[in-house]
Design a protein around this ligand. Structure first.
Ligand SMILES: Cc1ncc(COP(=O)(O)O)c(C=O)c1O
Length: 377
């Protein structure tokens, strides 16, 4: 037991220290340029990030929840939100639901696959109705939803016009085959919240798409609905911009994304090798990245206490399903006809272990040992 050296769930100071010179230079150059919004740093980052994801368009915005809301407004177009639906999962932290409520949709929740904790394609297809305008596929924990398979299932079921929006807030760099998450659906959203695989030093988000019409709509909507300065061409507009300082920092960090993803993967590989069945790490697809080291454990709270005694932090992502959030209790409950039994069952078993760039070998050793001891009890 080494409680004197607690292992945190993440430590962003280490990431900062590893890249301090480049980050400080990026911030200082931007401050000294006198151009702090809508300038060359945002333009350069959007071009670099569009290139990384392999899409034609990237629109930087203030955060990932704004990106979700703007995606909803863009796919909705002139239609009325209150008489339409979006389909999503209830286990992904509530961000899509929060955005949906801003726009006026009541989300319809489809169940997940237990092994991957991702949206079940069959459940999503089964939740589609004539009112559905989009399926929001969250690539949770760095694992990728098979968007081409979802598209094929939706087409077979007679819904070729229902769009797919990918939420890539946890999947920077993850792929299905050779296709990057963010490039497979109609439009995709990213968050650059500091703990994300590509994180800013403050808030940030982006939308990416290969659909020129949706890109143009998002560009208007993120700036008051303007088509030109002071001319509002589209209703539902608002202000959601990324600061130039954040864009410059993200440009400095993007070249390190793949290496940081690999570092997280190497840590999780070691945890997985120590797990024997009491702790079951979630299935990863081949092109997955690791955002969080997530496992299912029947005695989850017992295991968390055991870790805590050893100075190892853990977390639950996420402890409350969207359907059960106290603040949304008055909302009409909407679930796919078959309900969400797997989401319900998983919420009490899920936990996240420390896994972040800059975590030391010694720290990872201690987590591996703790998993092995728990398994041997
Ligand atoms: C899956 C998912 N979607 C959306 C968001 C929202 O991003 P933000 O915090 O930048 O608004 C987050 C994280 O915060 C997330 O994890």
């Amino acid at each position: 037991v080494q409680p004197e050296n607690p292992i945190p769930i993440n430590d962003l100071r280490r990431l900062y220290a590893a890249h301090a010179e480049a980050i400080e230079q990026a911030a200082l150059d931007t401050l000294r340029s006198g151009w702090w919004l809508n300038g060359p740093k945002s333009k350069a980052f959007s071009e670099a990030f569009a290139g990384y994801v392999s899409v034609s368009d990237c629109v930087p915005v203030a955060n990932g929840t704004d990106a979700l809301e703007l995606a909803m407004r863009a796919v909705l177009g002139d239609r009325d939100a209150a008489s339409h639906e979006i389909v999503t999962v209830a286990n992904a932290g509530g961000y899509t639901s929060t955005a949906a409520m801003q726009v006026g949709f009541v989300p319809v929740y489809a169940d997940i696959e237990e092994g991957s904790q991702l949206l079940s394609i069959d459940a999503a297809v089964g939740a589609l109705t004539a009112r559905t305008i989009a399926v929001f596929a969250t690539h949770l924990y760095g694992n990728a939803v098979d968007v081409p398979a979802l598209r094929a299932g939706m087409n077979r079921a007679g819904f070729p016009d229902v769009m797919i929006v990918e939420d890539c807030a946890q999947s920077h760099g993850a792929r299905i085959g050779d296709r990057m998450t963010g490039s497979m659906g109609d439009i995709a959203t990213f968050s650059f919240y500091p703990t994300k695989n590509l994180g800013a030093m403050g808030d940030g988000g982006a939308l990416v798409t290969g659909n020129a019409g949706l890109a143009a709509s998002v560009r208007r909507l993120q700036q008051y609905g303007w088509s030109a300065k002071y001319e509002i061409a589209e209703r539902g507009g608002r202000n959601s911009r990324m600061d130039e300082i954040q864009a410059a920092i993200l440009s400095a960090m993007l070249p390190h994304l793949d290496a940081n993803n690999l570092e997280r993967r190497r840590i999780l590989d070691r945890y997985e090798a120590a797990a024997r069945g009491k702790v079951r790490f979630i299935d990863r697809s081949e092109g997955a990245v690791i955002h969080l080291a997530v496992a299912l454990c029947d005695d989850r709270d017992g295991f968390r206490a055991f870790l805590s005694e050893r100075g190892i932090a853990s977390e639950v992502h996420y402890p409350i399903l969207d359907t059960d959030q106290p603040g949304w209790r008055a909302m009409p409950p909407r679930q796919a006809p078959v309900g969400i039994p797997v989401s319900r069952k998983s919420v009490g078993a899920i936990l996240s272990l420390p896994c972040f760039p800059g975590m030391t070998q010694t720290e990872a050793d201690r987590v591996v040992l703790a998993i092995a001891h728990w398994e041997a009890r």
